[in-house]
Structures are given as C-alpha cells and as structure tokens.
Design a protein around this ligand. Structure first.
Ligand code: PMT
Length: 325
C-alpha cells in the first residue's frame, strides 16, 4: 500500500481536502437523530446552574477510528486505542462539574465500567434454581456503583454518549458536535483523545464487494485524512478550549512533536503520552510550560486522569476568566 503525503498543506488545499472528504463520505445513517440529541443536550446544559454560573460542556473523543477497505465492509484498517483514557477522563470531568459529550468507538471502554470484569453480563450475574437473575455476591458492590453512577449522569442530562466506528462517522459527528457547541463560547472544551486514522480510502474509489484474495497481492492507494484540528479551532468552535493528544512510541521525539502540534493547530494544550507509560505519566504541553502529571502510586486504584483533569479544568477556568473579563 502507498499513501499520498502532504504534511505542509497550504490553507486552501486543506479546505479543498476537507470539502472532498465530507462530500464523498457516506451520509450518517442517524444524522437527524444525533442532531436532535445534541440540540436537547446543549439547550439543557447551556442554562445557568444556580450560583455556579454557566455550565461547562466538554466533548471527549475516545477509541480508534477504522478505515473500511470495501463498501460492504469485511476488511478494515484499525487504530490502536482501548478507550480507557476517554472513559476514565469522562468520569473525572463529571466529578469536576462538567457535562460530557462522549464520542467513542463502539465496543471500547465506557465510563463507569472500568471496575467491572471483561464480560460483565456473564460474569456479574447468576441464575437461581427458580430462573431468577441476580447479581453475584462478589461483584454486587461494583455493579451497584457502576449502574448508580451511570444512571445519575445520563438521567441527570449530564452525559450524552454517541458511538462511531469509521473515520467517516467520527469526523461527521465531531463536526455536528462542534457546531452545536459553538454558542457555549469559552465554556466549551474539546478533549481529543481518540486515535484518528491518518490515511483513508475515499468512498468513491472504494470497491463495493469483498476484495478477492485470488486476485493476488493487494496494491491500494490511501489518501491523507485532512487534519480537522485547524478547522475545528478556526471555524467550527473558534473560542472553545481545545486539547489534543500526541502519542509516540519513541520518548526522544515525543515532546518535540507535541510542541509542533501545539503551534501548528493552535491548540491550548497538547497532552503528550508514550504508549508503554501512558497510564502512569503524561506531559501537558502549553505555550508557556510543560507539566508532568503522574498517577498517585500510593493508591492502587488511582488514575493519571484524576490529576490530569484537575489541571486541565484549572487551565480552562483561567482561560474563561481571561477571555470573558
Ligand atoms: O485508549 P487508551 O488505550 O487508553 O490510549 C489512550 C491514547 C494513547 C489513545 C490517547 O492518550 C492518545 O494519545 N490519543 C491520540 C492518539 C493519536 O492518534 O495521536 P496522533 O499523534 O496520531 O494525533 C494527534 C491528534 O490529532 C489527536 O488529538 C487526534 O484526535 C488528531 N487527529 C489525528 C489525525 C487526523 N487525521 N485528524 C486529527 O484531528
């Protein structure tokens, strides 16, 4: 496979690439339903919350996007991400008083489910002789907490969960979210932890049916996915507080790459993380500092996302104060 590369895309070319991407993408199946849910969620959360002032809303993206190779998709290219970062961060954002739009890859880790076993339905429940279903004693506390906290967030109108699978769905839904959050002004935050595909097969040049292995070695041209970070900052949500991520496997280039991304996409902060240590430490890179954030090792259940979200919420407060004063 080869890929068309254009790391230094001039502005007009970027807009052309973005238009081509959206024009050629298969329409979202449930677009009107997503727009309605977003409208209701934002309306509910843009009202002032008593003495605490206007509420803050964060869009957390989580999990990896897929790139289908066939329209009737059998094969696809995937991007690594378990969704743990996004799910854990969502829980801490809710604790910090934010309402959360959780845009996550289907089947990846979900908020409040992290303490449950891998297959909770089969491992947390048992059937009695009378065929009644009940929670196993050993998991009852974890199940009660997970269901209780999840219901409180969803029924309280504080958590909206939107799933995606492909890069086409992800970017179309992200655009809908950004447009719907525009009126929140500085109180909106984007926390872009999803692992987004860098190359894709345009829908119009994609084959309809399963690629036949009998045709021999596969030779396929992939096009670069336009970086939506610039357009998100410039056009979709120009005053929102924007945080992107930088993942590398080589620690020597991590901080340099994060700084480049910060400047190039005009982000307010970039969270730099290394694949192997991502659950232990991250570095928050801003235009004026680099802050290492560590998991509290004295507590077994502590997450690095706890101090990370605390720090980002503080930075967001300063940003709001500075821009709104
Ligand atoms: O889910 P876990 O297993 O817990 O792991 C968490 C994580 C390692 C996936 C997460 O912490 C993380 O680093 N996510 C970003 C991974 C990534 O794709 O990095 P990147 O350097 O390729 O992209 C940088 C940023 O550009 C990302 O914020 C991405 O949302 C954005 N991007 C990328 C490609 C593209 N075409 N458009 C984009 O907007």
């Amino acid at each position: 496979m080869d890929a068309t590369s254009n790391s230094e895309t001039p502005k007009d070319t970027l807009y052309d690439e973005i238009n081509t991407f959206f024009e050629s993408a298969p329409p979202l199946k449930d677009g009107p339903d997503i727009s309605r849910k977003l409208k209701e969620f934002i309306e509910r959360n843009s009202q002032s919350t008593g003495g605490r002032g206007a509420s803050r809303v964060v869009c957390v993206t989580s999990g990896g996007t897929t790139v289908p190779l066939e329209k009737r998709c059998v094969r696809y290219i995937d991007n690594f991400s378990s969704g743990h970062r996004g799910a854990a961060s969502t829980e801490y954002f809710l604790k910090a008083g934010y309402s959360v739009i959780f845009l996550s890859r289907r089947g990846t880790c979900q908020p409040f489910c992290r303490s449950l076993p891998e297959d909770p339905l089969l491992e947390c429940f048992e059937v009695s002789k009378e065929l009644n279903v009940r929670v196993c004693q050993s998991h009852s506390e974890a199940v009660r907490t997970a269901i209780g906290e999840h219901c409180a967030a969803v029924e309280g109108g504080l958590l909206l969960k939107l799933p995606f699978t492909t890069i086409f769905e992800y970017l179309q839904i992200l655009q809908l979210i950004a447009m719907s959050m525009k009126n929140l002004g500085t109180h909106a935050m984007f926390y872009l932890a999803a692992a987004v595909s860098d190359f894709y097969v345009p829908w119009k040049s994609m084959v309809e049916h399963k690629i036949q292995s009998s045709s021999g070695p596969l030779d396929m041209r992939l096009v670069q996915v336009p970086k939506m970070l610039s357009v998100l900052r410039k056009d979709w949500a120009p005053v929102a507080f924007c945080i992107s991520f930088k993942l590398e496997t080589d620690s020597k280039i991590l901080l340099e790459k994060a700084e480049i991304a910060l400047k190039k996409y005009n982000m307010h902060a970039v969270v730099a993380n290394e694949l192997l240590t991502r659950k232990e430490v991250v570095v928050v890179v801003t235009s004026s500092e680099k802050i290492s954030v560590h998991r509290d090792k004295t507590e077994a259940s502590a997450d690095v996302e706890s101090p990370l979200i605390e720090l980002l919420a503080e930075k967001h407060s300063s940003y709001i104060e500075h821009l709104d004063s």
